[in-house]
Design a protein around this ligand. Structure first.
Ligand code: PGA
Length: 260
């Protein structure tokens, strides 16, 4: 993995935007895997700015979101459908026909998950997957003990994730207990992955993902198997890494042709 450490989330998000922009300029029909949560908000804000000011186009791109809550109507403000419209889709030139998010209201969730996997395959696979990380080490909603070969399916959230996400709802009781999420195996098949983490609260999970053993107890550690995974951090999230100095040295000495 490449570990890239920035002074703050704003600088880290600009670098993540460089990765997305670089892909879209090379491949306007790129297939993007997108994430929700508070972490990618500054990335999406920067992409919107580049769309408006620098002519960054999304018109040919296809998108697949990682996950969705089960049981929330798409117009519920905390559904990931609503989040994506608010944070990105309503502000760029993406074709709504090219946008995919699991349907958390599907009558047959297993069939919905299978169709979602098929749609990713039909699009040619994910070119770039954007990820956050949960304080329990999840990616997407692949909670600890998720099979590292898992595919899109229904999952039950851990109490830790319910508590983490309660800030978006009026009370913890309102946080849905179930989600549809791409699997770890689905994520690992993306041709390129960027994982973003900001703040000291994420530092223990980042340490386990990057420097801990490969284990289903920390699903993000599966990225150690990925040939093109970048972990993009601010100082806080990097605060518990033993080899932070080495990661900085590698990045500073990177040849220009390998950037971003
Ligand atoms: P957050 O969530 O960005 O809201 O911290 C990240 C995640 O749960 O993957």
């Amino acid at each position: 993995m490449e570990i890239v450490i920035f002074p703050d989330a704003a600088a880290a998000s600009r670098f993540a935007a460089d990765v997305v922009e670089d892909l879209l300029r090379r491949r306007p029909t790129a297939v993007l895997g997108l994430a929700t949560g508070s972490t990618p908000e500054p990335l999406y804000a920067e992409l919107i700015r580049r769309h408006r000011e620098d002519g960054l186009r999304f018109a040919g791109a296809r998108t697949f979101n990682l996950d969705e809550y089960v049981g929330l109507p798409v117009d519920h403000p905390e559904s990931y459908h609503a989040y994506m419209r608010r944070r990105l889709f309503d502000h760029v030139d993406l074709d709504p026909a090219n946008v995919h998010i699991p349907d958390g209201l599907a009558a047959d969730p297993a069939a919905e998950c299978e169709a979602y996997e098929d749609a990713i395959q039909d699009a040619g696979g994910l070119d770039l997957q954007v990820l956050g990380i949960g304080s329990d080490g999840h990616i997407g909603f692949n909670e600890p003990s998720s099979s590292l070969g898992s595919r899109t399916r229904i999952k039950t959230l851990t109490p830790e994730t319910v508590a983490d996400n309660a800030r978006f709802f009026d009370s913890p009781d309102e946080v849905p207990r179930h989600v549809l999420t791409m699997g770890v195996g689905t994520i690992l098949e993306a041709r390129e992955v960027i994982l973003l983490a900001f703040g000291a609260g994420k530092a223990p999970a980042v340490r386990r993902a990057v420097e801990g053993p490969l284990t289903a107890s920390c699903p993000a550690s599966a990225l150690q198997l990925h040939p093109r995974a970048r972990v993009i951090l601010d100082e806080g999230a990097a605060g518990e890494l033993e080899r932070a100095g080495y990661y900085r040295w590698v990045f500073e000495n990177k040849p220009e042709w390998q950037r971003p």
